[in-house]
Design a protein around this ligand. Sequence first.
Ligand SMILES: NC(=O)c1ccc[n+]([C@@H]2O[C@H](COP(=O)([O-])OP(=O)(O)OC[C@H]3O[C@@H](n4cnc5c(N)ncnc54)[C@H](OP(=O)(O)O)[C@@H]3O)[C@@H](O)[C@H]2O)c1
Length: 327
Amino acid sequence: MEESKGIVCVTGGTGFVASWLIKSLLQHGYSVNATVRTQLSGEKRDLSFLTSLPNARERLHIINADFENPDSFRAAIEGCVGVFHVAHPINFQGQESVESITQKCVEATLGILRACLDSKTVKRVVYTSSLSAVATREKLPQVLDEDVWTDVDFAAKLELGFASYTVSKTATERAALEFAEKHGMELVTVVPCWIHGPFVCPVLPGSVWSSLALFLGNEKQFKYNKITPMVHTDDVARAHIHLFEHPGAKGRYLCSSVEVKYEYLCEFLGRRYPQFQMLSPESLCDPEIPFTTISSKKLLETGFSYKYGLEEMYDEAIACCKTKGFL
Ligand SMILES: NC(=O)c1ccc[n+]([C@@H]2O[C@H](COP(=O)([O-])OP(=O)(O)OC[C@H]3O[C@@H](n4cnc5c(N)ncnc54)[C@H](OP(=O)(O)O)[C@@H]3O)[C@@H](O)[C@H]2O)c1
């Protein structure tokens, strides 16, 4: 293990991406202040999956913070050299209005950024955005790069849960970049596509569940899997840390390692995992879905390289699911 690199804050520590990032940051020698909602529905939460991570006893601190009270993040940010703002409400079945979720996310994020400025110690903020803030448009260019933004008017017409997520992610990323520009703050946004692979959180992450839908037998869920670009959990964490540490990193960075066509995915899964019974791909594939390439050029030009392919994503996700009793 490397020597101590200072304290960083990670928001939304209980989540799929954030908990893996915390594990990686601890491995990389950082001390971590993780914000979580320590109580949900009046119940104290079991956070042992975080507190039992390697090096957590010495270097992980858990601090209660909620978007409902943006100032609640201040204690976790004080004294930090960096902030990884990962938290975002994700509820595709939710009934909260687009405006309400968007306002809450933007206000919480601006509160977090103000706390970063006030701290005088935070050198850079890494915000976790999403391909949803890029690719939700009526017409997509053949190659998606950092200049492409979601059309929020188009996104607002989607099913409520998707509209709320897509519009709020887009508005929050834009607000964060504008705030940073205005205040001369170092901020990068990581824009991952569909994240798949291993996980340390105790719940089955939504994107892993969707990626395994062919096995899990949920036809309705499979439609969410039409997003064909994928990236491994650990590559996403590595990209966050790389962009935090890389001198001169600025602005948006798309993060997508594998682009897989349906026909290939079905053939690959059938060949590699013959033990699982699969849904019939013919009944599920939509031949109308256009195939768009996601360019990671900007990220790769900083010296980053992806470590994992489709094999590791599925093998490791399946191994985690088996260990945790989901498969
Ligand atoms: N998974 C993917 O495929 C994917 C792809 C692209 C981008 N992303 C982005 O990656 C980030 C993490 O996503 P994920 O897949 O890890 O989802 P997740 O497991 O649902 O994690 C979301 C986190 O946000 C926290 N959160 C939600 N509402 C909050 C609130 N009101 N106040 C404080 N914290 C709140 C959650 O805390 P609780 O546990 O307390 O609810 C949870 O820790 C998000 O920004 C997402 O947009 C994910």
